[in-house]
Design a protein around this ligand. Structure first.
Ligand SMILES: C[S@@+](CC[C@H](N)C(=O)[O-])C[C@H]1O[C@@H](n2cnc3c(N)ncnc32)[C@H](O)[C@@H]1O
Length: 237
């Protein structure tokens, strides 16, 4: 089967994905996901859809730090969903899993196959940057959200302070690909990461894209000196 390029890349690096994530971000990625979960503040009767869920770190963060009742994780990579389900087995004895429903789905975020007006929240951490047809993905997020439902997007960014931005860009562009060669066995995934972060930060007008898809931006919060940002928007009712 001819896989779309992006799916192929994530299938390839899935086994090392978690390790790389935590290593390259010095573990701060956990705090960012936790921030996402606490800002959602979903209650037990609500249903969250986590798009581009990867190995499920946002989904499990909802279980650890939130009180939401039902979380669905969706990813285009079958391998990522397999790893998420393996984590779920390890997590199954945890008392926080009690009375919680977890569902997983392998699908493209552009065409989820999920019913319209279903979810109270849609979240997406470090995923929207990788979707080529972002406009279609945002429309799909809007479709599956209930009226006035919230969209929470966590994405990498660049620090606004030039004293931090220069060294950080050097780390992204030069150091990370070298570390990537050593850990993942190739420079390409990390080179892609660094290019896509710069493109996302410098060339994408995300607030305009959100309003074109049917959302009203509520806030954009920079995290850790602007290394990441959390966007919260509401579906127009
Ligand atoms: C950088 S990872 C982020 C994973 C996870 N959200 C996290 O916080 O670690 C991006 C994920 O997006 C998925 N992805 C890329 N394009 C996608 C698409 N069109 N539809 C659904 N998932 C997609 C990849 O398979 C990968 O698991």
């Amino acid at each position: 089967m001819n896989k779309p390029k992006i799916k192929y890349d994530f299938d390839e690096i899935s086994a090392q994905y978690d390790r790389c994530n935590h290593l390259f971000s010095f573990g701060i990625d956990h705090l960012w996901r936790r921030h996402l979960v606490t800002s959602v503040n979903a209650h037990p009767r609500q249903h969250v859809l986590d798009l581009c869920c990867g190995t499920g770190d946002v989904v499990f963060s909802f279980l650890k730090h939130g009180s939401v009742g039902h979380v669905t994780g969706l990813d285009i990579s079958e391998r990522m969903i397999d790893l998420a389900q393996e984590k779920q087995i390890r997590f199954s004895g945890n008392p926080r899993m009690r009375n919680k429903i977890l569902s997983w789905k392998v699908a493209d975020a552009v065409q989820t196959g999920l019913e319209s007006n279903t979810f109270d929240f849609v979240t997406c951490a470090f995923g929207i940057r990788n979707i080529p047809d972002r406009a279609a993905a945002l429309k799909e997020m809007c479709r599956v959200l209930k009226p006035k439902g919230k969209l929470c997007i966590l994405e990498f960014s660049l620090p606004s302070n030039p004293l931090l931005r220069g060294p950080y860009q050097f780390y992204l562009g030069r150091i990370m690909p070298l570390l990537g060669k050593w850990i993942v066995g190739g420079k390409e995934p990390l080179q892609y990461l660094s290019q896509s972060i710069r493109h996302w930060h410098n060339e994408v007008h995300f607030s305009t894209e959100l309003s074109q898809a049917g959302f009203k931006l509520i806030r954009k919060t920079p995290l850790t000196c602007g290394l990441a940002a959390l966007w919260v928007a509401a579906k127009n009712g």
